[in-house]
Design a protein around this ligand. Sequence first.
Ligand code: CU
Length: 144
Amino acid sequence: MRHLKTLVLALALGFPLSAMAAGIPVKMYKSPNCGCCDRWAQHLEANGFTVETINTPALASIKEKYHIPTNLAGCHTALVEGYVVEGLVPAKYIKQMLAEHLPVKGLSIPGMPVGAPGMAGTAAGPLNVYTLGAGSAPKVFATF
Ligand SMILES: [Cu+2]
């Protein structure tokens, strides 16, 4: 009985730790001066991702490298399983993209809208998540 309790305790304590260690890896390029990116990273980590943060003053060259159209540029550029996540996209849509193997280059929330993960407050209206890879003519993937 005592044994069982120990085992149950170990499982209870151990599971979240191992789940964190096995989180979906994300590499995030951000400006050192932007705080919402860090809060977005925390949001991802709370939802099963493990985020590596790379501070860079040359974010524009990263966006150029991944062909992010100006009208879809967010405050950071993140890479996850071959996809690009631009800006404060909620974790659930990233997970949906990965689970469904969406035939897109990635997802974007342009700018830093209030109400997106990392930007506290109530959104002024519905926020759109756009797909990347359709050039500068954005397609709406989801609205929340
Ligand atoms: Cu930011």
